[in-house]
Design a binder for this molecule. Structure first.
Ligand SMILES: [Zn+2]
Ligand SMILES: [Zn+2]
Length: 667
């Protein structure tokens, strides 16, 4: 076989070298059978893809094969390393989005008898050696196919039309470029060595995958820096170094994981082996992370906030909700939790509001729609480490996704307070992914599985020394955790509250008052002096459905009960006697004077100052709110509630009073 040994330049493509070999020896592809390996189902090969030079899975019927480069090298009398990076088959699946589908050619390199598979990297828009544009198509319009076919005419060395030659009869023997000229290609190869350790999201969902790829490709420089790769050899300026969050773990720690105190999900696919004890939840990293987050919210952020969430669900009013959130931090947490859980968990409403309600047997399986990360084909640095590395990586991804979703919910609540209008429309985005671009075919996702920009994208590098995980964007932490108090703080808070109660009592316990005892009946006396002791407010339920607030305190007589809303008190030796005397006194008082409590002026809607048209407007608003809630409910009505509240704000602010109601009718 004719071959000028030592004429394979560094990083020369297998495709180019093979064509030179075939041209020199006037060979056809089918004369190379011993160099071609097929799959065991289809040992006879029909074609080989020289870009990745591998046997793709599931292609037995098409009879795809690959070139055995070591055998080729020995047949040509070249060292095996001459074919280093002669194809891109070493790139993991996660990095395949970096590669253009066909080959690209630098005309200047081609004139020098050189071509590299590395030209197919999308990030290289110019030849690193000559700084001229790379071309992917011949002038005839045909693309440069990276395929070696066994049948059909061969056009080794040129495009089918003959207009683009990959080498000349001279450069075919020995390229005019020398190894020194190729030096600018070295950084590209060095960077690719790092890329070989890459792990990234991989999913069969087309649009989701595209969104992740786009987020990765648009900031290759920044990702490379975060993952500790060599600097990428591109001209493009890598801006946006911020907004990443990275975590590393060394291989030693992975080898000997300390699992004490950690809930560790077994590595095998436990999706179908959930224990009967806890069948409500899947045992996956994503679910464990989500449950840990909801538990944290429930215990440390939103204690006693459930009533606000229930109030929101029962009386959805975007304006009133925002106002309540401004006044009460717990309402803000309740709103964020409501949006967060609904957007993450398929059956959140069955489980959480109210919390721990009795679930019947049919509802035992509330299994969430959270997915573990897509780590297709991920293998760790060593087989031994692969499983623990995979576990660690899934945990990182799950935590990053759950955290991002929670921050998103927090932002919803903060927006509501800022704008004065609660808006939970984004919670409905869980089912409709890309209505426009996918031609109406929506991909179903929730806040956990959503693609960028709604959710983080991530990348990791797995080397022998350890793993490094980076995710983007890293949102700033909004700390809503309730302050944990010391005993001294709790004591001072208690004594402050006690003093407050005492002063409230002293305000009403002045002047003459009615008193009643079984022995003496009704008497008018001076109010009993309170002693500096624990005064406590109680509520008494009376036969007519009335509720009366009474203070109980120690006095010189024993125990005294004092009605808050009326000048009336009783005293007795024990609390029990005091309460029964108070009941008796109150029922007599009711029989004689009617209701004990005067009608509370604050309870009446203070609409006296509102103009008639404004009042109409508010009535219209309330009627519409009720209607939407009845027709659509809280979640499905999100859009309508939002429109209605916006409409009210517009009408209310910009028009003279007389016009408002009229315009409102047209809205
Ligand atoms: Zn070039
Ligand atoms: Zn052509």
């Amino acid at each position: 076989m004719t071959w000028h040994s030592g004429s394979v330049l560094p990083f020369a493509s297998l495709w180019h070298t093979l064509q030179r070999l075939m041209h020199l020896n006037a060979m056809r592809a089918k004369e190379l059978p011993e160099l071609l390996v097929g799959s065991w189902q289809a040992p006879s090969v029909r074609y080989a893809d020289l870009l990745f030079n591998e046997i793709p899975p599931g292609t037995a019927r098409q009879r795809a094969g690959a070139v055995h480069t070591n055998q080729l090298a020995s047949a040509m009398g070249e060292p095996a390393h001459a074919f280093e990076w002669s194809h891109l088959g070493r790139l993991p699946g996660a990095a395949r989005c970096l590669v253009t589908p066909g080959f690209r050619i630098c005309p200047a390199c081609a004139a020098g008898g050189y071509h590299s598979a590395l030209f197919s990297l999308k990030a290289l828009d110019r030849c690193p050696i000559h700084r001229c544009d790379l071309i992917s198509h011949c002038r005839c319009g045909a693309s440069f196919e990276p395929v070696l076919r066994m049948v059909g005419a061969t056009h080794a060395g040129q495009c089918r039309c003959g207009q683009t030659a990959f080498f000349t009869s001279v450069t075919c023997r020995r390229p005019t470029l020398c190894a020194d000229d190729i030096r600018p290609m070295r950084p590209v190869a060095a960077w690719l060595e790092g890329i070989c350790t890459l792990a990234r999201p991989s999913t069969h969902r087309k649009h989701t995958q595209e969104a992740h790829d786009q987020a990765f490709l648009s900031a290759l420089g920044a990702w490379s820096a975060q993952l500790g790769f060599c600097a990428p050899p591109f001209d493009q300026v890598c801006c946006a170094q911020e907004g990443f969050s990275t975590t590393t773990i060394s291989a030693d720690v992975l080898r000997a994981p300390s699992t004490s105190g950690l809930k560790v999900v077994p590595i095998d696919d436990s999706r179908f082996t959930t224990s009967s004890k806890d069948s409500m939840w899947l045992l996956t990293e994503a679910t464990v992370a989500y449950r840990a987050m909801t538990r944290h919210i429930r215990r440390h952020l939103g204690r006693r906030s459930e009533r606000f969430a229930l109030q929101f669900l029962q009386h959805p009013d975007p304006l009133a909700m925002a106002e309540l959130m401004r006044a009460q931090p717990q309402a803000m947490v309740a709103f964020a939790e409501l949006v967060f859980c609904f957007s993450m968990e398929r059956f959140a409403m069955n489980r959480r509001w109210p919390y721990r309600q009795a679930l019947d047997a049919t509802q035992r399986v509330l299994q969430d729609g959270l997915e573990d990360p897509w780590l297709a084909g991920f293998s760790g640095p060593e087989q031994e480490l692969a499983n623990s590395a995979r576990g660690w990586l899934s945990r990182q991804v799950a935590a990053a996704r759950v955290t991002h979703a929670w921050r998103r919910a927090q932002a919803c609540a903060i927006d509501a307070m800022r704008s004065g209008l609660a808006d939970w429309r984004s919670a409905n985005q869980q089912a409709n992914g890309y209505p426009q671009t996918s031609g109406g075919l929506a991909e179903e996702w929730n806040w956990h599985t959503a693609p960028p920009p709604f959710q983080v994208t991530w990348a990791a590098s797995a080397t022998r020394t350890g793993l490094r995980f980076a995710c983007y964007p890293a949102t700033t932490r909004i700390d809503w955790s309730m302050t944990s108090s010391t005993k001294a703080e709790r004591r001072s808070a208690w004594s402050k509250a006690q003093a407050h109660r005492q002063s409230r009592l002293e305000q009403i316990a002045t002047g003459p008052t009615l008193s009643w005892t079984q022995r003496d009946g009704w008497r008018a006396i001076d109010s009993t002096r309170t002693e500096q002791s624990a005064a406590k407010l109680h509520v008494l339920f009376l036969p007519l459905g009335e509720r009366i607030s009474v203070w109980m305190f120690r006095s010189s007589v024993g125990y005294t009960l004092r009605v808050v809303d009326a000048k009336l008190e009783v005293s007795a030796e024990t609390p029990r006697q005091a309460f029964s005397a108070m009941r008796e006194a109150l029922s007599m008082y009711q029989a004689r004077y009617g209701a004990v409590r005067p009608p509370n002026p604050a309870c009446k809607r203070s609409q006296g100052d509102l103009s008639a048209s404004r009042r109409d407007l508010v009535r219209w608003y309330e009627a519409h709110l009720a209607q939407i809630r009845y027709k659509l409910g809280f979640w499905r009505g999100a859009e309508s509630f939002n429109q209605l509240a916006l409409g009210l704000l517009q009408v209310d602010r910009r028009l003279p009073a007389e016009e408002r109601a009229k315009v409102w009718l047209e809205v």
